[in-house]
Design a protein. Structure first.
Length: 134
């Protein structure tokens, strides 16, 4: 668990730096924190317009990380980036709901620099039970 353990964020950073993670599912508050810290990629990079439209009600937009040269160094750009679609609300997924150790407010997101985003897309499709072929 990358959100509740005291070393969770550090462990997550190690997994991401070693390109060992494609997807992050977190609670909504943790999702917003991690999006602000640059842990996720914009859904527009991985989902086409029809997919985004189909899941519009479940798409979650939040401020991301600001990597610009004029970002506030004391804040590291955290939460000062553009508001973009970074996550998909999984609370309506019956498959996710059947998991015994689940989060109460789950959000799916593509990990920044994911080594295999196609696997992440398949996983999202499975969780959202949309059955589309890509």
């Amino acid at each position: 668990n990358f959100s509740s353990a005291s070393d969770g964020p550090s462990r997550l950073a190690v997994y991401m730096a070693s390109k060992s993670i494609d997807v992050i599912i977190s609670g909504r508050d943790t999702f917003k924190t991690y999006a602000a810290e640059g842990y996720f990629e914009d859904l527009n990079l991985h989902l086409d317009a029809p997919e985004l439209l189909k899941w519009d009600a479940a798409v979650i937009e939040t401020p991301g990380y600001d990597e610009s040269a004029d970002s506030d160094v004391t804040k590291d750009g955290t939460g000062r980036g553009d508001v973009l679609p970074y996550g998909v609300d999984l609370s309506g997924s019956s498959l996710y709901g059947s998991i015994s150790t689940k989060l109460s407010d789950p959000v799916f997101a593509f990990a920044a620099g994911a080594p295999d985003p196609d696997n992440a897309k398949i996983f999202r499709q499975t969780l959202m039970e949309d059955g589309s072929d890509e």
